[in-house]
Write a protein that binds this ligand. Structure first.
Ligand code: FE2
Length: 423
């Protein structure tokens, strides 16, 4: 007997009305009219099934702190950093875990089962590291949570970060982080990239740096990141996050840079919700969007995925951890509204994110893990347009979240209608 049989779904690649059979936690078959009995059968006729959403860039230690100890009045990046500094002395392992737990439950309800979270290692106590390692363990049955050791106050600029980085990695953090544009000088930024890549190489770890999160077109640490990636043989294991300075760079320089990124197998992560709100703050008009060159990077064959970055924290007062909201914003900001482009925006929050994180056996092919999300939408376009509820979230063949379809009942004179905004 099968664990789970999902009937009649549409798939992101355009296939319609297929069944998905899950056995022993893995997808056994994807075909029309699968015969057989299942412990759990789901009639999902006409709805879209996708592998789980993946958030490539998040800050789980800061999430859901909105209003604590006060709100970010200006809404700027710098006030956000100052506010996080005010909050840090009051953090406890238990308070971080409580907020992270809540966020994980939101993520599950939204079908996001892969998350890469940065964790600030600037505080000597490493409370956030301890808390998120415990959350990673607590939720491992449901979420692939990957942690990045992130020196928020600078790797070289902040005394103690180098030792804290080693300690965090010893404790079990998965990925080496960095923030080169925040170091004291361009040279120090470049040196931090070199040291951190060497550390990752020595320990056999992945790298994911906040890189050039700035409107400064001369912030070119991504160039250094590609250089050391290639030099150390880290191709395919390094991610440049944000890369917002690329928005403002000279086009001639970018025409040299992008092939180097491709050659280094660099993954690029954009955070559309945050980039559009935090960048361009020093501009009058025209006001830059600040998001990196998503369309051009994708056309170059570079893997681009999207992150939520923030939910209700010192930098961003919105969000419910919905990766379709991220893709929706991404396609508007990047002006990727063509038919093939829309699909790429959906990929940025699913398969491309899985590539960035290096998730194994991800997808809807036989042999992949039995992780499936069913949306109240018929196809990718409708999913991006409506950001609909996740009717079912399935992990290893078991339903772990259900949401009832949303339907408005309207009554006009003597006629009643059901409205769910689907065409
Ligand atoms: Fe970030």
């Amino acid at each position: 007997m099968l664990d789970c049989l999902i009937r009649g779904v549409n798939l992101p690649d355009g296939r319609k009305n297929v069944d998905i059979a899950i056995q022993d936690g893995r997808i056994a078959e994807v075909a029309s009219n699968i015969q057989g009995e299942a412990a759990q059968e789901i009639d999902a006729a006409g709805f879209l099934a996708t592998p789980p959403f993946v958030d490539s860039h998040f800050h789980m230690d800061a999430t859901l702190t909105y209003g604590n100890p006060r709100v970010n009045e200006s809404g700027t990046l710098l006030e956000g950093i100052a506010l996080w500094g005010e909050l840090k002395p009051h953090l406890t392992v238990e308070s971080i875990k409580e907020r992270a737990r809540k966020l994980c439950r939101w993520a599950i309800a939204k079908g996001t089962l892969g998350i890469r979270s940065h964790v600030d290692i600037s505080d000597e106590r490493l409370l956030a590291v301890q808390a998120l390692l415990e959350i990673r363990e607590e939720f491992k049955e449901y979420i692939d949570l990957q942690l990045v050791a992130f020196p928020q106050d600078g790797y070289l600029r902040h005394e103690g970060s180098r030792a804290n980085m080693e300690r965090a990695l010893d404790m079990g953090v998965d990925v080496v982080g960095g923030i080169p544009h925040f170091e004291r000088t361009m040279e120090e930024g470049a040196r931090s990239v070199k040291l951190l890549c060497e550390l990752a190489e020595k320990r056999g770890l992945l790298v994911d740096m906040h890189c050039d999160e700035s409107d400064d077109p001369l912030s070119r640490h991504v160039e250094t990141l590609t250089y050391h990636t290639k030099r150390l043989g880290l191709q395919g294991r390094v991610t440049g996050s944000h890369l917002t300075s690329m928005h403002s760079m000279d086009n001639y320089y970018v025409s040299k840079l992008m092939p180097l990124m491709k050659e280094a197998g660099l993954h690029a992560v954009a955070n559309p919700l945050i980039n559009i709100t935090l960048q361009g703050r020093h501009d009058t008009y025209p006001k830059r969007r600040g998001m990196t060159r998503v369309k051009e990077l994708m056309a170059m064959g570079i893997n681009v995925s999207f992150g939520h970055d923030c939910v209700m924290d010192p930098w961003y007062s919105f969000g419910s951890h919905d990766m379709l909201e991220v893709a929706h914003m991404g396609l508007h900001v990047a002006q990727m509204t063509g038919v093939a482009e829309m699909k790429r925006m959906f990929d940025a929050v699913t398969v491309n994110g899985a590539k960035t994180l290096g998730l194994k056996d991800y997808g809807l092919a036989p042999g992949c893990y039995g992780d499936v999300v069913i949306l109240q939408a018929k196809d990718v376009h409708e999913a991006l347009r409506l950001r609909p509820v996740r009717l079912y979230v399935i992990r290893r063949g078991k339903i772990i979240s259900r949401t009832m379809p949303t339907v408005a009942k309207i009554t006009l004179k003597d006629a009643a209608f059901d409205v769910d905004f689907r065409m």
